[in-house]
Ligand binder design. Structure first.
Ligand SMILES: [Zn+2]
Length: 89
């Protein structure tokens, strides 16, 4: 699917390529939008700046912001488990 940013008109491709067009916010515009929301809510505008799991669990965007980091943790766990399984087999 080809996406076109509704704000800056940048296009990008996600998932399987096809001729279909879909609108959305690009990564940069999403980040900018959420950082603005964070500032409005009195939080630090730290969206996507975190290099480790964020301590501000009360932030509305915690799950979204930390998703990749959480995924990384999961992948690391799975990778470790996989390595253990292979040792057993
Ligand atoms: Zn954009």
């Amino acid at each position: 699917m080809t996406y076109i940013c509704i704000k800056c008109r940048r296009t990008w491709i996600a998932g399987e390529s096809s001729d279909e067009l879909s609108g959305g916010l690009c990564i940069d515009c999403t980040t900018e939008y959420i950082r603005q929301r964070q500032r409005n809510q009195g939080f630090q505008d730290c969206f996507r700046r975190a290099v480790q799991l964020c301590g501000m669990r009360q932030c509305t965007y915690w799950d979204y912001c930390n998703r990749e980091l959480v995924e990384c943790e999961k992948i690391r766990e799975i990778a470790t488990e996989g390595a253990l399984d292979q040792q057993v087999v």
